[in-house]
Design a binder for this molecule. Sequence first.
Ligand code: 5RP
Length: 221
Amino acid sequence: MTQDELKKMVGWAVLEYIMPNTVVGVGTGSTVSHFINGLATRKHLITGVVSSSSSSTYKLNELSIPILDSNYVNNIDIYIDGVDELNPSLMMIKGGGGALTQEKIIAAMAKQFIVIADKSKLVNTLGGFPLPIEVIPMARTYVSHQLIKLGGIPKYRKNVITDNGNIIIDVQNLKILDPINLENKINTIPGVVTVGLFANRPADIALLATQYGVQKLIAIN
Ligand code: 5RP
């Protein structure tokens, strides 16, 4: 199976977690795109979705899946999203698609958070994938200097403006041995909007596509 076929397999497999009359958080990316195709077959059963990005909103609208405003829902029952890197505690690096801020808000609002990916995303130590950080444009240089002090190599993601009007800095060279501590540290740098390290709020379940089927991981605490 190709990587895209693996993504499709897991994007459809997660549909068994979607219950009637629930509010579903929808992430961003190529794996989620398959999930949205599957969700379209259940759109009359659910209350609606909260979208994490303009690109997902575009696709949800194309398929006439009802979209709700996050400010007018009491809670999100389940959140389905992809991931860039995942460790065995289901802490993650996300934001390869630049939608990390809305993704983190939806993760915080959601009762259950399920990540879907092909198994290549599972690693022992996070940091191989450059850590995305959404930053207020005028703080780019200041934040970059603070990230160098933390041992990272910051790279400005050129020609990208987030849905919130900000920029993205991708940080290389981080071996993230204490993800909660690093998430908290980066969160305190003035100018940082969101760090794409999801450690304080890891996923509850990971569904990982392999050549032999979908493997389920539950967070070990
Ligand atoms: C977007 C994300 C995506 O979930 C992540 O980049 C994975 O994408 P894909 O499913 O295309 O591999 O965090 O901000």
